[in-house]
Design a protein around this ligand. Sequence first.
Ligand SMILES: C[S@@+](CC[C@H](N)C(=O)[O-])C[C@H]1O[C@@H](n2cnc3c(N)ncnc32)[C@H](O)[C@@H]1O
Length: 246
Amino acid sequence: MGLIRDLIHAGGTGGLSWHVQAFHARKRWQPTLQLIDQFLAQVNPKSDHLLLIGGSAGWMMPPNWLARFKRIDAYDIDPLAPWLFDGQHGKRLKTQGIQVQHHRQDALAALPEILKEHPQACVWFDNVLGQHRFRVRDEARVEHELAQLKTTLKGRHWGSLHDVWSGPTDGRLLPAGLNVWSHHVMAKQGLEPAFSQKLLASVGAKDAWHDHLTSHVFAHNTHTTWMPWAFKPNYWHWLQAGWVSA
Ligand SMILES: C[S@@+](CC[C@H](N)C(=O)[O-])C[C@H]1O[C@@H](n2cnc3c(N)ncnc32)[C@H](O)[C@@H]1O
């Protein structure tokens, strides 16, 4: 029973329902993938070993980014993740001689041990931190744990792409001229109400939006890129990406 529940939901943040959704939404998500690709292309990881946290099947993962490493340790709680990730990226990575090791593990709970085990690796949280609040229901604890990550990661090269808000929209489409949609600001500016109002208005936000409690993942002086994600035609997310060089 436990395994079936895990296959379907993977702790409420992944699993079969996520993969079915991602498969059907590939075309709608393409503009956001382009923005992720652009963001990661200007990151300069100082290690050829990546700890990929919440990589799932890599539906939104640019292959060029993965190809910059010699070794990737991928952590996910979803039992389907290794199989589907290898299906999408395995052949190309193998041809390029890149070694991939999958771990089925709660990588947020075990982060200090994982970092100790791989002292030279850099870390990418792959659209996973915004899900923490759905696994841990205590809001104060979630906010505290997410804000604490930068201390746990001190001395590392690390980055994250995560949901900041999500909610219903008026159903407009993401146009091809994408660069008007992404915003480059310091993390501190992202906390200003005028900034959030501008972003929400630009996607036709309606009703109440969800706060994913990730606003303090980055220190105030981190350069961040914000990008919209048409998760469903009438339900969008604003994602924030940043990279921290130790
Ligand atoms: C939104 S999906 C990520 C999508 C992925 N980046 C992609 O491109 O397909 C979030 C993933 O994080 C995983 N996850 C959630 N909490 C986790 C945790 N504490 N440790 C490891 N993986 C986790 C889920 O199982 C899910 O696969």
